[in-house]
Design a protein around this ligand. Structure first.
Ligand SMILES: Cc1cc2nc3c(=O)[nH]c(=O)nc-3n(C[C@H](O)[C@H](O)[C@H](O)COP(=O)(O)OP(=O)(O)OC[C@H]3O[C@@H](n4cnc5c(N)ncnc54)[C@H](O)[C@@H]3O)c2cc1C
Length: 512
């Protein structure tokens, strides 16, 4: 197909990209892949970008902008397309039917899991970066990337206001509770822009696709953004020091075995910590990298309900939304508690609070993704096996968090028995997994895989841009940090493209 015909296309096929390879190829269109694409599109003049997404286009916005909130759970269940294997495996009932809310999961679609994510977007707490001996972050300059991420993702202090919110904040003042930062666009139509409500990577990526399309169609510009849905990347073709291409298959039909190798100058993994690690290991890149697939961690989630009288027993209608940050620096106290309240249906003089405790996990070498099993997916690609166990400190942290949740319930005027009323979510259900291709200093190659810019050590043109990079999972929800870090990775890719050279640097040349 001639390049001129491209102006009529919104999205592209594998053969299109084979004919005209872009300079940068990204695997995954979730929050990580989208952030890399949007940074390169906006800041790296003339650079051409390809995005390979295994899934299809279910929506071009956050799902809550399309369907009522009460259907979100059902949508997520319907979209749980890839239950992870191994210790995270979902439980099945006697008929072999997957039980909901068990096991880890992926959403293969434009926007990845960003299309359903709860929009809770806060920065990592400062201690998250340096508290764990096994999980120190080699990055200290994230602030400017956070600034950009908050601006682009419309982060505000939430939509909750009113008497119950103020009252709840007052009751939890000694815990330093505050409204959560949310990726929720609460502008109306200022400057004639239509507010999209919930932020999502799908919406931002689709905006870019449209912008690129319009610029080419009426502005006579060259196409720069090539989004290819249903493009399954199954391997990384490499000669140990350089990546030659991504090996891809069309995802719509598993029986079609044809493979296409797509070339580019720079290659980016943004498929999420399980899938990026699976791809890396399935490509033989783990052989001389002892940390590849290791140090997987996620949040330990614990939930419970408590019903209390509304302030002065007055009817109220508003939703309450408050976060209690970690109270102390010690590792055993690294958790936050999210307090959300709704009027009880039929009795608005009562508030039903949902308490969600979210604790960090120790980064442990033994917790990992492997591709050692024999199981294959329907395309014949080896599945990942996931192993994740709590450390003794994780178990202690969970107990302390449960007790704190009881104290908070008391503070709000309710009672909560930690043993009976709190449910710990199944492993994998936090959807906040991290680690597996961690960044770190070159003298720590036993415990990291990339440099502090996400560049894989000793491979000059392969970058990682998702939460696989996180040295530890921290306490805060990850999406804002994923976005900020992905911008930083993109900036590095941009610099190296501008310099006309492959990005870095073998181990010896890495900065101290
Ligand atoms: C119900 C729910 C609520 C959440 N709430 C919050 C929240 O409030 N705050 C927060 O910070 N986080 C939240 N999260 C977590 C957040 O969604 C994830 O951290 C985030 O989506 C991770 O981004 P990612 O781009 O790394 O991965 P993903 O979003 O998983 O995207 C990865 C993409 O890569 C594609 N892909 C994978 N493998 C391949 C391959 N081999 N070839 C081609 N494409 C591939 C996938 O199809 C997918 O589109 C929530 C998650 C869920 C499920």
């Amino acid at each position: 197909m001639a390049e001129d015909d491209w102006e009529d296309k919104l999205y592209f096929s594998l053969s299109d990209l084979e004919e005209q390879p872009p300079q940068v190829l990204i695997v995954g269109s979730g929050p990580a892949g989208t952030a890399v694409a949007e940074y390169l599109y906006e800041e790296c003049e003339d650079v051409t970008i390809g995005i390979l997404e295994r899934g299809t286009i279910f929506t071009v916005t956050h799902i809550i902008n399309s369907i009522p909130l009460y259907l979100r759970g059902a949508f997520i269940e319907a979209m749980e397309q890839f239950p992870w294997d191994g210790a995270f495996a979902p439980k099945e009932d006697a008929q072999g039917k997957r039980q909901p809310e068990t096991g880890g999961m992926m959403i293969f679609a434009l926007g990845g899991r960003g299309i359903v994510a709860g929009a809770h977007l806060r920065r990592f707490y400062k201690d998250d970066f340096r508290l764990w001996n096994q999980g120190q972050w080699p990055v200290t300059d994230l602030a400017e990337y956070y600034d950009r991420a908050e601006r682009v993702r419309n982060v505000s202090f939430g939509e909750s206001e009113g008497r119950s919110q103020t009252w709840t904040l007052g009751r939890l003042e000694e815990y330093n509770a505050s409204p959560p930062s949310w990726g929720l666009d609460i502008r109306s139509n200022r400057n004639k822009e239509i507010s999209r409500g919930y932020d999502s990577s799908a919406a931002r990526l689709w905006d870019l696709v449209l912008r690129d399309y319009v610029k080419a169609k009426v502005g006579n510009k060259k196409r720069r953004l090539f989004f290819a849905p249903q493009a399954y990347v199954t391997q990384i073709a490499h000669d140990r020091e350089r990546v030659r291409g991504f090996v891809c298959r069309e995802a719509q039909d598993p029986r079609k075995k044809d493979m296409i190798v797509l070339g580019a100058e720079q290659f980016v993994l943004a498929a999420s910590p399980i899938e990026s690690a699976r791809l890396f290991l399935n490509s033989g890149l783990g052989e001389d990298r002892p940390a590849a697939g290791r140090y997987l961690a996620e949040h330990i989630y614990c939930r419970g309900l408590v019903t209390v009288n509304a302030p002065d027993n007055d009817p109220h209608e508003q939703y309450v939304n408050v976060v209690v940050p970690p109270q102390r620096k010690q590792q055993q106290q690294r958790f936050q508690i999210h307090v959300q309240g709704d009027p009880v249906p039929g009795d608005p003089t009562k508030i039903c609070y949902r308490l969600t405790g979210e604790a960090a996990m120790d980064p442990q070498r033994e917790n990992r993704v492997t591709v050692d099993g024999s199981a294959e997916d329907e395309y014949g690609v080896k599945k990942a096996t996931v192993f994740l166990e709590y450390s003794p400190d994780d178990a202690t942290r969970l107990n302390i968090m449960k007790n704190e949740m009881r104290r908070i319930a008391n503070e709000l005027g309710g009672n909560l028995d930690p043993d009976k009323d709190l449910k710990v979510l199944a492993k994998g259900r936090s959807h906040h997994e991290a680690g597996t291709l961690r960044m770190g200093h070159p003298d720590q190659l036993d415990s990291c895989v990339t440099d502090s810019y996400g560049q894989v050590y000793n491979i000059s043109n392969l970058f990682v841009a998702d939460a696989s990079l996180f040295p530890c999972v921290g306490v805060a929800n990850p999406m804002l940090t994923i976005t900020a870090l992905a911008y930083r990775v993109a900036e590095k890719i941009c610099t190296s493209l501008k310099q006309g050279q492959s990005a870095t640097m073998m181990v010896k040349q890495e900065e101290p």
